[in-house]
Structures are given as C-alpha cells and as structure tokens.
Design a binder for this molecule. Structure first.
Ligand code: NDP
Ligand code: GDP
Length: 330
C-alpha cells in the first residue's frame, strides 16, 4: 500500500486531500502541530479522523519533520502547512517567513536526508503574482508579491524549483488561485461572507464589516483543487502548474450571490470598514489553467455560484445547530 504524508492536514486543503488519498487506497499520515485546543474539526466533519495517522511536528522543527518522513515511509509528501492568511502576515511577518518560507526547505531537507526519491508537492499561490504583471497569469508570468505571505511563498516556490534542478528530485509547485469550501477558515472573505449571510438571515447578526470589496479573485472549490495536487505527483517529472478557473469576480459580486441565495440584498447589510484594508492590496487575480488542463487532464468542476451556495447552505445548517462545523465560530 502506498503511503503519503501531508503537512497541514488539519487545514482546509489537508482535510480534502486526506479524503481523496484515502479513497484512492493510500495509507495517510499527517503532521499535526501542538496547539492548546482541538484542531481536528475538519477531519471530523469529513468523517476521516480515525482513518489518518497523526504525527506531532512543526514546520520550524527540522528534527520533527525528519521523524515524520521516516515514520510515515511515504512515497509522496504534500506540503500544505503554512501561516496562510495574508492579513496576519503583516502582524507576524517573521513567523510567516519561518513557517511559510523556511519551513519548505526544512521539509525538503528532511526528504533529501531520508530518501531523495520521495515525490514532493509544494502549495504555492497566486499571491506570488501580487501586483500582476500580466492581465491573465500563467506559469510564465513574472512574480511581484505584495505581502509578507506572498514573499515567503515565493521563497518556498523557488526552493522547490531549485531542489528539482540541483538534486534531480521529483518536486512540483502548484500555483493555486484562491479556493474555498465550507471548511475554509472564517477569516477569509468568502467564508466570512457566507457565515454572515446565514447569521443575518437567522437573526443572530446585523451587519457585515468588510474592507476592499472591489478586489477581484479567481475562486474555485478546494475539493476540485486537491485532485490537481495528486495528479502533479503522478507525472513522470516534477513541474509547476497554475490551478485556477479562468474567471474572476469582485468581492462585491460574490457577496451578492451569497445574500441573494437566502433572499437578502447585500447592500442592506454591508459596512465598509477601513480596519480590513490591507497595507498593500492585490487588486486582481485571474489564472490561466491551460497547462494543468492539457498536461494533467484536470478541470475545475464547480463554478462560483455553486461554490458560494454550497457554503451558505453549510453555514445555515451550522448556525441552526443541525451540524457541527468549526465549533469555535459562534
Ligand atoms: P489553512 O490555513 O486552512 O491550513 C494551514 C495548515 O497549516 C493547518 O493545518 C495548520 O495547522 C498548519 N500549520 C500552520 N502552522 C504550522 C506549523 N508551524 N507547523 C505545522 N503546521 C502548521 O490553509 P489551506 O488549507 O487553505 O491552504 C493549504 C496550503 O495552500 C497553505 O500552504 C496555503 O498557504 C496554500 N494556498 C492556499 C490557497 C487557498 O486559497 N486556500 C491558495 C494558494 C495556496 P493548525 O490547524 O494547527 O493551525
Ligand atoms: P487572499 O486573496 O488570500 O488575501 O484571500 P482573502 O479571502 O483573505 O481576501 C480576498 C480579497 O478580499 C482581498 O483583496 C481582501 O482585501 C478582500 N477583502 C475585503 N474585505 C475583506 C475582509 O473583511 N476580510 C478578508 N479576509 N478579505 C477582505
């Protein structure tokens, strides 16, 4: 049986990827960082908590990563762990550099020292394009990150390329555009909006405070995107791929979809609040997924309307108390 190791298994993508790999018959191991509260709610929600093997570790602790690679005996390692929230990266830039940037080379070294034939996936991001240098971004578009998060991810991206070129390792970098789901962290704008639409509809919240609602993002469904990660590691060679839908939408129009789904007009409920503006903004992201579609035979299956209504429906159920997702959000 094939084994895979996932860092960030308790995050949105980690949970969906673990589910995908279990369905494909893998033995799944995950690195779990020590926290004072339970972080297993996503694995619980998908009903797979008992099926994965958890190994304590942290991206900033090389010895723990070596141990995780060895214990798991993995032939594929997926590095999804990160301080992943752009807003927080201005508040904790050094932690972001250490975990999201240097953490990548820690894991690559753990693999190289243990078994350099292990295949490696790096969770790169469209945030590396930042102040976009081309109206539609592909694998050849120059990078221009706009946040400490984007800068840290750019290091992770290039060190992944460098280990491929230096040591002939099978390393791949997925340049994923924003992807969301009912398991998305509540601080990200889609989930903040779908949660608020549900709570306002059910009378437990009044207003929704947002920042720059003119920003445009290319949003897809996390469940579709983890399939692309797996496909990259099934290729003969490691490579870099943009994973996106090829459509971009404003935060404003995304709000309209969410509120309309529960019979509300978003204009009546949104308050523009400068506290959510960013020191430097990424105004527009729009990806060209042609390479992934051609070489990986991958395609996004869920459009924005389906994604946002799925998230609102899940949040309605949670706010009504019919299902437990993210217990700490009240
Ligand atoms: P999440 O924020 O949901 O998950 C991040 C994961 O990293 C969590 O499991 C978290 O653990 C773990 N983690 C954080 N710090 C450490 C650490 N020091 N040591 C070990 N583990 C740690 O992110 P997503 O699932 O949304 O994203 C997955 C990856 O893809 C991330 O690297 C993200 O930056 C990247 N990405 C995401 C995109 C998106 O739109 N979702 C777009 C492009 C890239 P804990 O639960 O304990 O906090
Ligand atoms: P990001 O693309 O990784 O930064 O994902 P986010 O979901 O955090 O933000 C997407 C866009 O929404 C950014 O351009 C934000 O500036 C914008 N935005 C507007 N209001 C908010 C808000 O209240 N919270 C967040 N997270 N983003 C907001």
């Amino acid at each position: 049986m094939k084994s895979a190791l996932i860092t960030g298994i308790t995050g949105q993508d980690g949970a969906y990827l673990a589910q995908l790999l279990l369905n494909k018959g893998y033995e799944v191991y995950g690195v779990i960082a020590r926290r004072s509260t339970d972080t297993l709610w996503r694995l619980n929600y998908l009903g797979i908590k008992e099926q994965v093997n958890l190994i304590e570790g942290d991206m900033s602790d090389l010895s723990s990563l070596i141990r995780a690679v060895q214990i798991s005996n993995a032939s594929e390692v997926y590095n999804l762990a990160a301080q992943s929230f752009v807003g927080t990266s201005w508040e904790q830039p050094i932690l972001t550099a250490n975990v999201t940037g240097v953490g990548v080379v820690n894991l690559l070294e753990a693999i190289r020292l243990t078994d350099p034939t292990i295949r490696y996936y790096q969770a790169s991001t469209s945030e590396m394009f930042g102040l976009v240098q081309e109206p539609i971004q592909s694998e050849t578009t120059p990078f221009y990150p706009r946040s400490p998060y984007g800068v840290a991810k750019l290091y992770g991206h290039w060190i992944t390329v460098n280990y491929r070129e230096s040591f002939n390792m099978h390393t791949s970098s997925g340049i994923l555009f924003n992807h969301e789901s009912p398991l998305r962290g509540i601080e990200f704008v889609t989930r903040k909006v779908t949660d608020a639409a549900a709570r306002i509809k059910l009378g437990v919240q009044d207003k929704l405070h947002l920042g720059n609602i003119d920003a445009k993002r290319d949003w897809g469904f996390a469940g579709d995107y983890v399939e692309a990660m797996w496909l990259m590691l099934q290729q003969d060679q490691g490579d870099d791929y943009v994973v996106a839908t090829g459509k971009t939408t404003t935060v404003r129009d995304m709000c309209e979809i969410a509120f309309k789904h529960v019979g509300l007009n978003y204009i009546d409920h949104i308050v523009i609040d400068p506290q959510f503006y960013r020191p430097a903004e990424v105004d527009l992201l729009l990806g060209n997924p042609t390479k992934a579609m051609k070489q990986l035979n991958w395609e996004p299956k869920t459009n924005l309307e389906q994604l946002i209504t799925m998230m609102v429906d899940a949040d309605m159920k949670r706010v009504k108390g019919e299902v437990q997702i993210l217990a700490e959000v009240q």
